[in-house]
Write a protein that binds this ligand. Structure first.
Ligand code: FE
Ligand code: FE
Ligand code: ZN
Length: 276
């Protein structure tokens, strides 16, 4: 089982590695740059090296980096799209300091242009930035469908993937809160939802799980994460996801509203469910 949480990048890579080990994790997530601005910290190769040694020693799974929220590859404003392209281009270069990991991003919000235009713009952007020599797999995150978000239906993610030339560089990250809010009932119909994912996208594309409970009922399109067992998915619903045979071996990332002690508890809980 690869389980961890989203860590603060402020103290650098080796600090994140140590923090993850301390919390009992064997993977983690981090923002590649300021999530609400876009400025990026300088990468110190020695610091990264220490983190890579530590995560190798503790047999970590692949890490799941997260793009900034300000990145919108299908924005209506051209300057926002250009800024977003600059960010993802730079992020993918930065990711090569920590090779063979995942880079997850929110497909984007079409802001009134329509979902078809959104899909076309996102795919066009990806075709401009993906490189055959990159070691990073880029993940589309399943979204809650808040506002004009693209990617709350599996079909939309499939449509993006279909237009990408370097498909072997692409995957999908399933956020349990988001799919639930998007209307996929993973509490009562988990097998059917995964069957649908397989039929529409293909389970071989499913790379990582964002493991969050939801503060809202199924189909609410709200995107408010809850602690494991404290939301509408509930403890049993979350346990069934974590232990589902089709999801084993993938990194599970907690993005729950927690302090360190809370993350430690949730990591231990998921381990208990899956490792006994
Ligand atoms: Fe996200
Ligand atoms: Fe997420
Ligand atoms: Zn979310």
């Amino acid at each position: 089982m690869y389980i961890g949480n989203h860590l603060s990048t402020s103290k650098g890579f080796s600090a994140m590695g140590k923090e993850a080990v301390k919390l009992g994790a064997n993977t983690f997530a981090f923002f590649t740059r300021n999530p609400r601005g876009g400025s990026a910290k300088e990468i110190i190769p020695k610091d990264v090296e220490k983190m890579l040694e530590l995560t190798k020693e503790h047999q970590f799974g692949r890490l799941v980096a997260h793009a900034p929220y300000t990145m919108n590859l299908c924005a209506a404003k051209e300057d926002v799209r250009r800024f977003s392209l600059e960010m993802i281009t730079d992020d993918l270069l930065r990711m090569e300091y920590t090779p063979n990991n995942y880079y997850n991003f929110h497909p984007g919000s079409h802001v009134g242009q329509g979902v078809e235009t959104g899909i076309a713009l996102i795919a066009e952007a990806l075709n401009g930035v993906l490189k055959p020599e990159q070691s990073t797999t880029v993940l589309l995150e399943t979204m809650a469908g808040k506002g004009s978000e693209v990617g709350s239906r599996f079909e939309e993610l499939r449509a993006i993937l279909d237009r990408v030339e370097l498909q072997e560089k692409m995957g999908v990250c399933l956020d349990t809160c988001h799919v639930w809010d998007g209307g996929y009932d993973i509490v009562n119909h988990l097998d059917e939802v995964l069957e649908e994912f397989d039929r529409v996208i293909g389970l071989e594309r499913l790379s990582a799980i964002h493991f969050n409970d939801s503060m809202n009922p199924c189909g609410a399109h709200k995107d408010r994460h809850a602690r494991i067992g404290e939301g509408h998915i509930g403890l049993e619903g979350m346990r069934r996801v974590a232990t589902h045979p089709l999801l084993q071996g993938k990194p599970f990332i907690l993005e729950t509203p927690n302090d360190d002690a809370g993350y430690q508890r949730e990591i231990a809980l998921v381990r208990e469910w899956t490792e006994g």
